[in-house]
Write a protein that binds this ligand. Sequence first.
Ligand code: GRF
Length: 194
Amino acid sequence: MVKLIGSKKIRTAVLISGTGSNLINLIKFSHSKKSPIKIQLVISSNKKAKGINYAKKYRIRNKTFYYGKNINPEKSILKELILNKIDLICLAGFMKILSPNFIKRFKGKILNIHPSLLPKYKGLNTHDRVIKNKEVYSGCTVHLVNSKLDSGKIILQKKVKIRKNDNQLTLKARILKLEHSLYPKAIVKLFGNP
Ligand code: GRF
């Protein structure tokens, strides 16, 4: 695990593919005194990701890497991470699967936020499946990334009760709010305050 040395903040990259509400939340958190991380780099797998605008607004170095049918830009992503001396990767709605080699290179240094109470409901469309299965609770989880999908060590979870009239969208919105408080808490749990 990365250690916080003195007051030096951990050089962090956030990887996104979409809206970036977790990204903006992490950016704001990183500006607070109690944050052990500094966001140096934002990487997107999608040039249309709205989240890139947050990186631009806050003048954070940002790069988009094109994933195609037979194109996996991981090598270039790795180069960029190394160039920027990145010590921690926070996945925040990054919709690409990282290869075991990539994960090995950053072992114990990749965090993800997932919108379910893992180990239940790994993968996509969690809210839809949770509602269809008439679950009583759902929630979100921050976990370390290992080579199995959504299966690494759980750092923190937050649970929410599903309401009778909840649909995918209402549940998603409620859980997203929880995500925004959970991700910073998980980071502080792991690395402490500066
Ligand atoms: C979040 O629900 C997160 O848990 C999942 O992808 C979504 C990303 O949302 N991994 P945003 O782009 O951070 O708004």
